[in-house]
Design a protein around this ligand. Structure first.
Ligand SMILES: Cc1cc2nc3c(=O)[nH]c(=O)nc-3n(C[C@H](O)[C@H](O)[C@H](O)COP(=O)(O)OP(=O)(O)OC[C@H]3O[C@@H](n4cnc5c(N)ncnc54)[C@H](O)[C@@H]3O)c2cc1C
Length: 327
């Protein structure tokens, strides 16, 4: 069956151009979508076009046919993203319901679509008596984001529990890849940036549901105590440099509580930046860069952003995308 993809109100822009070019698209194309609404920080400009694929085949159809000069960016639940105020040019892809299945398989394995929140992976594993995945209780992202970031917590990380993934490349080809080829290291995935993960197969070990659930409760309680999880934040801003804790370096540099406008270094956990209300993407980024500079000055260590910064600054005049970037 084929039906046309749906677009938001006609703007004569890129969304309409793509809908015309892709008659069998089943997913949704929407023009000028506020990304602040889709990220934890609640800052940043719009996506020129937001595409929500119906399923993996729809995503592959789209990627195979979208012109190469149109930038394509994928986002998950936006818990590790700082979107700049000018927004993101081209197409932003956000996986939804068509990527939301979880199935338990033999051998203490669990298969989850890339849009499944990590916390649901932890819960489904617990219910099925699969131990080893409870650390996902504390990570507020999706499976896709965990695969790209090698998300980890409480002494475990994604690369230890994933067996294989499915992904679609920029040419629309579907790949099934074993974890060994994904080039994982601390908060890093070495797989080509153009791969969009669509599914993961996780491996756990036998466990008692009640014990696993109790472990998850402990994780949730601990998080509430030590992290500003109810704030507009992006989680840990910087990676821990070899042999150091980022928060200790930031504290030693006197940055706890430092603020630029409504962008603030959390008092509770100083490797977290928070938007206290009306912060802009530029203020949060400037605050992060100020912290980096002060840490460099006091300890000589270069901090690396863990948060992914995407899009254009507002000065580029790219805050509204009425026209496609091509002729
Ligand atoms: C309160 C709080 C606590 C946090 N605690 C932790 C923690 O303990 N451990 C930890 O590791 N992280 C933590 N984070 C950071 C964040 O939750 C993780 O990095 C998470 O894995 C990001 O997932 P996401 O779906 O939100 O991805 P996003 O933030 O939307 O995107 C992150 C990156 O993943 C890419 N991406 C997303 N989906 C896909 C896909 N389907 N295919 C390919 N690439 C994709 C994006 O392009 C981007 O580069 C925390 C964040 C917050 C706000």
């Amino acid at each position: 069956m084929s039906s046309t993809g749906t677009t938001s109100a006609s703007t004569g822009g890129l969304a309409d151009e793509l809908a015309a070019r892709l008659p069998d698209l089943r997913g949704r194309l929407k023009a000028d979508v506020a990304l602040a609404d889709l990220t934890w920080f609640r800052v940043g400009g719009p996506a020129q076009v937001l595409y929500s694929p119906a399923d993996e085949a729809d995503l592959a159809y789209f990627l195979a046919r979208v012109p190469r000069d149109i930038p394509v960016t994928v986002i998950g639940l936006g818990s590790n993203l700082l979107v700049r105020d000018g927004g993101i040019k081209g197409v932003v892809i956000r996986l939804g319901r068509g990527f939301g299945e979880i199935t338990v398989e033999d051998g203490y394995r669990l298969r989850a679509g890339a849009a499944v929140p990590d916390v649901k992976v932890a819960r489904a594993a617990a219910d099925a008596g699969i131990a080893g995945l409870s650390f996902y209780r504390g990570i507020p992202g999706s499976v896709g984001g965990a695969l790209r970031m090698n998300g980890g917590a409480h002494g475990r990380e994604t690369k230890e529990v994933v067996v294989e993934v499915r992904a679609v490349d920029r040419q629309g080809r579907i790949h099934v890849l074993p974890v060994q080829v994904l080039g994982y290291s601390y908060r890093h995935c070495g797989a080509s940036d153009d791969l969009i993960f669509t599914e993961a197969l996780f491996q756990g070990v036998p466990g008692e549901p009640a014990k696993i659930l109790a472990e998850m409760d402990d994780i949730a309680a601990y998080r509430e105590e030590v992290q500003p999880i109810k704030s507009r934040t992006g989680g840990s801003t910087f990676k821990n440099p070899e042999g150091h804790k980022a928060w200790q370096l930031i504290d030693a540099a006197g940055c706890r509580g430092l603020a630029i406008g409504d962008a603030k270094v959390s008092e509770m956990h100083c490797n977290f930046l928070i938007n206290e209300g009306k912060a802009t993407g530029a203020e949060l980024e400037e605050l992060g860069e100020t912290v980096r500079a002060r840490v460099k000055e006091t300890s000589g260590v270069d901090l690396d952003w863990e948060i992914k910064r995407l899009g254009e600054p507002r000065e580029s005049g790219a805050s509204s995308f009425g026209k496609p970037p091509r002729e």
